[in-house]
Design a protein around this ligand. Structure first.
Ligand code: ZN
Length: 411
C-alpha cells in the first residue's frame, strides 16, 4: 500500500509538472515538455491524454503559413471553468472574471470614496460587482471555481481576517473570507495584496520566465510579495514580505507602524510628500509653497513634468534608499527576478533606474546581476494574481483528487 501511495504521489507530481509547464509557458509541445520535465516522450503522451480527457488542456490549432513540420501544441482549456479576482486598493477596488489562462473577460472598478468608512457597504459593493461581472460575461455560477481576494495587510490567513491595515483603518478586523463565502456561496481565498500581485506577475506578467521572484510595490506605502518555486511565501505568521518595514535609518523619520526609519518612511509616496512639505517651509517662492500642507501625490508628478529640482531631488533620494534596501534583499535571497511596480515606478521612470544602479553596485561583489523589471501588468496585476490563486489551487486539487481513481490505484 505504501508503495502504491508513493507511485500515486509520483504520478501526481509528474502531472502537476506538465500542467504547470503548460500554464507558465502558455503553450507547449511534447518535445518541450519532455525536455523541461525529464520525462520520456511516452510518459508525456500518456499524461497529456489524461489531462485532455479531463478537459483541463486542449490541443491548439497549429500555426499556418510557416515552412516546415509543426509539432502539436497543448494549451490550458481556458473555458473549462472560471475564476474571480478581487483587488482592494485605497482608491478603487477591482473585481474581474477570468478564464483559466488568466485572461480578464469582464472587470468592474468600484471607487472607494462612496464606501469609505463602512464595512457592510464595502462588502455589499464587492458582492454586487461579483454578480455583475458574472452576469455580464454570461457565466453560470456553478462554473466559478472561487474568489481570490488581495487585501491590504496584515492579514490573519488562517481565519481569513483583515487585521489592521494602516492606510485603510475602516477595514479593521473584517472577517472578509467568511462574510463573502456566506454572501456569494463561493469558496474565498484571502491573501495580502502584494502577494496576489506577485503571483499575477509570476503566471502572467514579467515573471513568466522565472521560477522565483520578488515583487516590490512602490506606492503610497511599500509592500512586497515573494514567490519561491511557484508558491507564495506567506511566512510562519503570514507577515513575510513586510519589506516596507525593514529599518534603513535607526534615527530616521517616524513610520506609520510606530518604528523609526523604515523603508516606507523614507522611500514611499507618503515619505516623498512628507519630505516635500518639510523642505517647502524654506522655499517661499516655490509654486507649491501655498498648498504645502495639503499636498497630494499628483502634485509631485506635475512638478516632475515641470522639471522642478526640489521635487526631483527628493524622489531621487527616495529611490536611492530603495536601491540600498533592494541590495540587502538580493544578498539574502538572490531571487531570479525582482519586479517593481506601483505609483512611483509608473509615474517617475528614473526611480527604477536609480534602484537598479544602486542595488547592483551594493550587492556582493562579483555576483551576477539579478533580473530587474518594471511591472507590465500594471493596475490589473492584483486582480489577475487573485484569480490565479484560485486557479492554482484548483489545478493542484484536481490533479490530486481525480488521478488516483483514473490511474486505477485505489482499492
Ligand atoms: Zn514601519
Amino acid at each position: 500500500m505504501e508503495e502504491q501511495n508513493k507511485q500515486v504521489q509520483l504520478k501526481n507530481f509528474n502531472r502537476r509538472s506538465v500542467l504547470g509547464y503548460i500554464r507558465k509557458n502558455g503553450a507547449a509541445t511534447k518535445a518541450g515538455l519532455s525536455a523541461a520535465t525529464g520525462l520520456t516522450f511516452m510518459a508525456i503522451k500518456k499524461i497529456l491524454e489524461e489531462l485532455e480527457e479531463l478537459g483541463l488542456i486542449r490541443c491548439d490549432a497549429m500555426e499556418k503559413g510557416t515552412v516546415g513540420r509543426h509539432a502539436l501544441t497543448y494549451v490550458i482549456n481556458e473555458s473549462y471553468k472560471y475564476t474571480i479576482g478581487v483587488h482592494i486598493n485605497k482608491f478603487a477596488t477591482r473585481v474581474a472574471l477570468m478564464d483559466l489562462r488568466g485572461h480578464i473577460l469582464c472587470i468592474e472598478r468600484c471607487s472607494m470614496e462612496r464606501i469609505f468608512q463602512n464595512q457592510s457597504v464595502f462588502v455589499e459593493t464587492i458582492v454586487a460587482a461579483v454578480e455583475k461581472v458574472t452576469a455580464k460575461a454570461g457565466i453560470k455560477k456553478e462554473d466559478i471555481l472561487g474568489i481570490g481576494v488581495g487585501a491590504p495587510g496584515p492579514i490573519d490567513m488562517e481565519n481569513g481576517v483583515i487585521l489592521t491595515p494602516p492606510n485603510m483603518p475602516f477595514l479593521n478586523y473584517l472577517p472578509l473570507r467568511e462574510v463573502m463565502e456566506e454572501r456569494t456561496g463561493c469558496r474565498v481565498y484571502l491573501y495580502k495584496d502584494t502577494n496576489a500581485i506577485a503571483f499575477g506577475e509570476y503566471w502572467d506578467g514579467e515573471g513568466k520566465q522565472a521560477s522565483d521572484l520578488i515583487y516590490i510595490d512602490v506606492d503610497m506605502g511599500i509592500g512586497s510579495g515573494l514567490i519561491i518555486d511557484g508558491k507564495i511565501k506567506v511566512g510562519a505568521n503570514s507577515i513575510a514580505g513586510e519589506f516596507g518595514h525593514i529599518t534603513i535609518d535607526v534615527n530616521g523619520p517616524r513610520c506609520n507602524c510606530g518604528n523609526r526609519g523604515c523603508l516606507e518612511a523614507m522611500s514611499s509616496g507618503i515619505a516623498v510628500l512628507r519630505e516635500l512639505e518639510k523642505q517647502l517651509e524654506e522655499e517661499e517662492s516655490h509654486p507649491l509653497y501655498p498648498k504645502r500642507k495639503e499636498l497630494v501625490i499628483e502634485d509631485v508628478f506635475e512638478m516632475v513634468e515641470r522639471n522642478d529640482l526640489l521635487t526631483i531631488s527628493i524622489l531621487n533620494q527616495s529611490a536611492h534608499y530603495m536601491g540600498i534596501a533592494v541590495s540587502n534583499l538580493i544578498n539574502i535571497l538572490d531571487p531570479q527576478m525582482i519586479i517593481l511596480g506601483g505609483i512611483l515606478i509608473q509615474n517617475y521612470p528614473r526611480y527604477f533606474q536609480i534602484v537598479q544602479t544602486v542595488a547592483n553596485a551594493k550587492k556582493v561583489k562579483g555576483a551576477r546581476e539579478n533580473g530587474m523589471r518594471v511591472s507590465a501588468l500594471g493596475e490589473n496585476a492584483g486582480v489577475i494574481g487573485a484569480g490565479e490563486i484560485v486557479a492554482d489551487d484548483f489545478f493542484n486539487r484536481k490533479v490530486n483528487e481525480v488521478f488516483p481513481r483514473n490511474g486505477g490505484m485505489q482499492e
